[in-house]
Design a protein around this ligand. Structure first.
Ligand code: FAD
Length: 396
């Protein structure tokens, strides 16, 4: 048929928003839309630090895709993309092939380890439902192992590499979780050590210094030891080597220190910077009028020429404009330029504590934690309406 085929790769923040908007804006038989995702669920990445630490269930961080999209309007394919072939307008899946007229790439980022030896082999990452299940079970297991070998305090030492938003949010939850685990396993809380190691001269680089100080104070009071301005030189089966060769013995290293684009994109022959495609103002890959790249896979610069950090916020906004431009292309209408509208940033520091900037103002403590909750609920509302808010939103 002559109906244009749109294929969306990845049902993350960018992909889901693109699909939802296309579903709304396209007329009957105007295009065939297919959404491909590794799992039959979408995960709420911004919530993953909680199930990773064990302060919430992984179930609360995922939503079944069939509950989000209208499968009469969008074909959902549960599969893993193994290759993108722009020259043939095809996508190779682990179990088949899809051809497209328009492609949207939103398969999300991958951990960047900056070549630190042992990091890939020995550290865990907060990336998906499966990865946080592993972290959560692993932490429990360390407590259980310690009970059998009480001289092994390294089982009770937890190292988080990176003090960006992910690292800070995770460590806040972990610090909340530790006292519960100590009770459960009859362990003296004094024996547990939580380290946050960050190479940059400050935690949350680039964020408001006053709020950063507040965040560090809150976390220090919860028992976190910061090693700021200290690089991890190597990760081993026994811990990490930091700074000038000091060893922190630990069986649990969680690496949150960097994120890059996806290898699939480099392998497809696109020009990338750390796996990200520098897209044009309409979100298209340079030289490919029919390929859009969104979310953590894309790279865009602000007026000062600095790259926007990869966030759920920008991915969602890109999804909206991407859908609009796909509809525009099909209808031969002019495309819309993407302009990021920064709604602010809030980072949680565990239960009832957060910091953030929104509406041009600084927030900390309970109010900021409230804001965080509001942002989470707003997202659930955008993708799934009131029913999803009621099902997954932790309103109280
Ligand atoms: P993702 O949301 O990562 O989705 C990618 C999708 O593609 C996934 O569903 C994945 O399963 C699928 N996929 C991957 N590879 C394949 C493949 N080969 N084949 C098929 N499917 C595939 N941002 C904020 O704005 N605010 C926050 O508070 C915030 N907190 C965060 C907290 C944590 C713990 C983390 C890890 C991130 C946080 N972020 C936050 C960043 C934000 O989550 C990401 O920027 C955002 O998820 C990027 O969206 P995306 O659509 O590019 O990709």
């Amino acid at each position: 048929s002559n109906i244009p085929k749109i294929v969306i790769l990845g049902a993350g923040y960018g992909g889901v928003l693109t699909a939802l908007r296309l579903q709304k804006q396209l007329n009957y038989n105007e295009a065939d839309v297919t959404l491909v995702n590794k799992h039959d669920y979408h995960y709420i990445t911004t919530h993953l630090h909680m199930p990773a630490a064990g302060t919430d269930s992984p179930e609360n961080a995922r939503v079944s895709i069939s509950k989000l999209i209208d499968e009469f309007k969008i074909d959902f394919v549960k599969s893993t993309v193994v290759q993108i072939r722009p020259q043939d307008k095809k996508v190779i899946l682990e179990d088949g092939t899809l051809s497209y007229d328009y492609l949207v790439i939103g398969v999300g980022g991958e951990p960047e380890t900056f070549g630190i030896p042992g990091m890939v082999e020995h550290a865990m990452n907060i990336r998906s439902i499966n990865s946080v299940r592993l972290i959560r079970e692993h932490i429990h297991y360390q407590f259980a192992k310690y009970k059998r070998e009480p001289h092994r305090t390294d089982y009770l030492t937890f190292v988080v590499g990176g003090a960006g938003f992910t690292g800070i949010e995770f460590i806040g939850e972990l610090a909340d979780r530790i006292p519960e685990l100590c009770k459960e396993y009859d362990v003296d809380p004094q024996l547990v050590k939580i380290y946050n190691v960050e190479a940059a001269p400050t935690a949350l680089p680039g964020f408001d210094p006053e709020l950063v100080e507040y965040a560090m104070d809150v976390l220090k009071n919860k028992g976190v030891t910061f090693r700021i301005g200290t690089a991890i030189k190597e990760c081993t089966a026994d811990g990490v080597i930091v700074g000038e060769g000091e060893e922190i013995k630990s069986k649990t290293v969680i690496w949150t220190g960097g994120i890059r684009g996806n290898r699939l994109i480099e392998e497809a022959g696109f020009e990338t910077m750390r796996g990200r495609v520098k897209v044009d103002e309409f979100l298209r890959a340079p030289g490919h009028e029919n390929i859009y790249v969104i979310g953590d896979n894309s790279l865009m610069f602000n007026e000062e020429g600095r790259p926007y950090p990869p966030t759920a916020q920008i991915a969602m906004q890109q999804g909206v404009v991407c859908a609009q431009n796909l509809v525009g292309s099909i209808r031969n209408q002019p495309l819309k330029k993407f302009e990021f509208s920064n709604k602010g940033t809030v980072a949680s520091l565990g239960k009832g504590e957060a910091i953030g900037i929104a509406f041009g103002k600084k927030y900390k403590g309970r109010v900021a934690a409230w804001l965080k909750k509001l942002i989470d609920l707003r997202y659930l509302f955008i993708i799934g309406g009131i029913p999803l808010v009621l099902r997954k939103g932790k309103i109280f």
